[in-house]
Structures are given as structure tokens and as C-alpha cells.
Design a protein around this ligand. Structure first.
Ligand code: S3P
Length: 171
């Protein structure tokens, strides 16, 4: 059964997913990279040249494709993946192991301030406005994120500690 990590940008989905995959000798798939490979463009390039609507359509189609192919892997999804179209249902139907990495707004701001340029949705938001943006965005997205089977509260633990916490809960 696939194990899926969801959560806001900067929540550590890929870092934690890689550790989980290594520990369990399973393949790791970063869904953003999967889309980039399929489209032959990076995520920032896709947003810039084709726009967000195109990206969301492709994201939904590739999600169905990936989850129908994979039976045993650790998958980290994009921050927005569960929050568009029917994606959350597609995800919940694929597995009983969906984990939401839940970080506080302050922690997300701290991490994302340093990594804004790579992220089309926040790259143009001034640092002073980032906290307010993330607070509102997370409030909207929590409706989807909180449908995960397991909510993993992330504080100051290391990625390995988080990976272990998740693997203890894995069904
Ligand atoms: C997005 C998150 C990104 C990427 C795209 C849109 C979002 O993934 O899919 O930039 O809507 O939150 P990460 O969460 O891996 O950064």
C-alpha cells in the first residue's frame, strides 16, 4: 500500500518521505518531480509559461495516473494537491496511510522566508505579508489536510524523528 505525505509548502514532506523510504527499502516519489519529468518543465516554469489552471489540471490527471500505477511506495504530494478538484477523494481511496505534516504558521513562515524564490505561489509576497498570507491559506487548506488518516504535529523534531513517528502509525 502506498504511504502518502501531505501538508503545506515547507512542511518537510520530501525530506521526511525520503527517510521513510530508505528505512523501509521502498521507492520514494516526489510528486512535484513526477510532474516536472512528465511535462519537461520545472514547477516555476510551468506556472510562468502555462499558468496555475493548466498546472492544476495536469496535477489532477497525473495524480490519478501515479496512484493507479504505484502499489508500494512513499509519495510526497505538492502542498496544493489535496486541495483541488476531486483530488482528496482520489488520495483517500488509494490508501489508508495518508499523513498530514502539521506545522504552526510561525514555523512555516520561518522556513518559507528562506525558500520563497522556488515557490510560485509565494515568491512575490513581501516577507512582512507572508505570515498573514500563510495563516489565511492554511485556514482554507486545512479542510482538506485534516481529512488525512493521521495528523502528525511537527515541532522541533528532526526529520528522522518525524519519520519514525509516522512509521509507528503506519497501518
Ligand atoms: C504548491 C506547492 C508546491 C508545488 C506548487 C504548488 C501549492 O509543492 O506543487 O508550487 O499549491 O502549495 P511543495 O509543497 O512540494 O512545495
Amino acid at each position: 500500500m502506498v504511504q502518502i505525505l501531505i501538508g503545506y509548502m515547507g512542511s518537510g514532506k520530501s525530506t521526511v518521505g525520503k527517510i521513510m523510504a530508505k528505512e523501509q527499502s521502498l521507492p520514494f516519489i516526489d510528486f512535484d518531480n513526477y510532474i516536472e519529468d512528465k511535462e519537461g518543465l520545472s514547477i516555476p516554469e510551468l506556472f510562468k509559461t502555462k499558468g496555475e489552471i493548466y498546472f492544476r489540471k495536469k496535477e489532477a490527471a497525473y495524480l490519478v495516473e501515479l496512484l493507479s500505477e504505484e502499489t508500494n511506495a512513499i509519495i510526497s504530494l505538492g502542498g496544493g494537491t489535496p486541495c483541488f478538484g476531486n483530488n482528496i477523494n482520489v488520495i483517500l481511496e488509494a490508501t489508508k496511510n495518508v499523513f498530514y505534516l502539521k506545522l504552526s504558521v510561525d514555523k512555516l513562515v520561518e522556513r518559507l522566508q528562506k525558500e520563497k524564490v522556488q515557490r510560485p505561489l509565494i515568491k512575490d509576497i513581501a516577507n512582512e505579508a507572508l505570515s498573514e498570507f500563510i495563516r489565511k491559506h492554511l485556514f482554507e487548506r486545512n479542510f482538506y489536510y485534516l481529512q488525512a488518516h493521521h495528523i502528525i504535529a511537527v515541532g522541533n523534531e528532526s526529520p528522522s524523528e518525524i519519520a519514525n513517528k509516522i512509521m509507528e502509525k503506519s497501518a
